[in-house]
Design a protein around this ligand. Structure first.
Ligand code: PMP
Length: 296
């Protein structure tokens, strides 16, 4: 038996988890999604992820057919149905089935599904040695077209950047915004550290508001570091003391080379390592319990 998938409120076997070829999520990338992690029986920042999902849906005028509370219980139900404690959870809501035209008015019933699976972790080496990344020519979507704060199913902007990054032999690509300022990577937010100040681009740069990014900002502030959300250029990245990426799947990954330029001493930075340590502790502490015996 395969995974149990929650599709429109029903748990079904993965071989039966099918949606129509007329679903606008497929035909037009019309929908929103979330990627969430569970660590040791607890879902990390579940409320924040759900809030972002509903905010994204609201921004594209998509009414999710269940309440936030119900969505949370559906996620926990899916995790339990698959007996998972450590997992990667994908929540998808699409505009639903319509005709071949793009008008969402023809889609009366949104589709939603939840996949909870084992996590595939990045190789340990990435965390120990740090990543080499490259800036690509594909610019991040301009907020006036598709705001990158909307986590929509339309990821072609990031996919094109990913393809270009692969062609250059790197696993993650750095994207600039239309003005040439650093925005984010294809699936991760970026931070630099200069003279012990931690800097990440502001929302106005055209980036997704990362749940991991926010967690890192909180941790950094708690440990007395100065944190700024501020525009910066590639030059600032090249000359930074440290650089790292954050994302639900990647957590915190050090970056040691950008466009052939070594960052700092070419090894994961001191502050980066401290944040990684503290982040790992945080993922083990709080979080929404999946199973009752963890509830206290
Ligand atoms: N930027 C983009 C474009 C992403 O797809 C992601 C992953 N969801 C992130 C940043 C990181 O966000 P989070 O920490 O919420 O996973």
């Amino acid at each position: 038996m395969g995974l149990r998938i929650l599709l429109n409120g029903k748990l079904v076997d993965e071989k039966d988890a099918k949606i129509s070829v007329f679903d606008h999520g497929l035909l037009y990338g019309d929908g929103v999604f979330e990627g969430i992690r569970a660590y040791n029986g607890r879902v990390f920042r579940l409320k924040e992820h759900i809030q972002r999902l509903y905010d994204s849906a609201n921004a594209i005028m998509l009414k999710i057919p269940v309440s936030q509370e119900k969505m949370i219980s559906e996620i926990l139900r899916t995790l339990r149905a698959n007996s998972l404690k450590d997992a990667y959870i994908r929540v998808v809501v699409t505009r639903g089935v319509g005709d071949l035209g793009l008008d969402p008015v023809k889609c009366p019933k949104p589709t939603y599904f939840i996949i909870a699976d084992k996590i595939i972790l990045y190789p340990k080496e990435f965390y120990e040695k740090g990543l080499k990344i490259a800036t690509v020519s594909v610019r991040r979507n301009i907020p006036e077209a598709i705001n990158p704060r909307i986590k929509s199913l339309n990821y072609l902007n990031n996919i094109l950047a990913k393809i270009e990054g692969r062609q250059r032999g790197v696993v993650e690509a750095l994207m600039l915004n239309r003005d040439g300022y650093v925005a984010e990577c294809t699936g991760d937010n970026i931070f630099i550290v200069k003279n012990e100040v931690i800097i990440t681009p502001p929302f106005s740069a055209g980036v997704l508001e990362g749940i991991t990014q926010n967690a890192v900002i909180e941790i950094a502030k708690k440990f007395g570091f100065k944190v700024k959300r501020e525009l910066f250029t590639r030059y600032c990245v090249f000359t930074a003391d440290e650089c790292f990426l954050t994302g639900t799947a990647a957590e915190i990954i050090p970056v040691v080379e950008v466009d052939g330029r070594q960052i700092g001493d070419g090894k994961p930075g001191k502050i980066t390592k401290k944040l990684i340590n503290e982040f790992r502790k945080l993922t083990k502490r709080g979080g929404t319990p999946i199973y009752k015996k963890l509830a206290s």
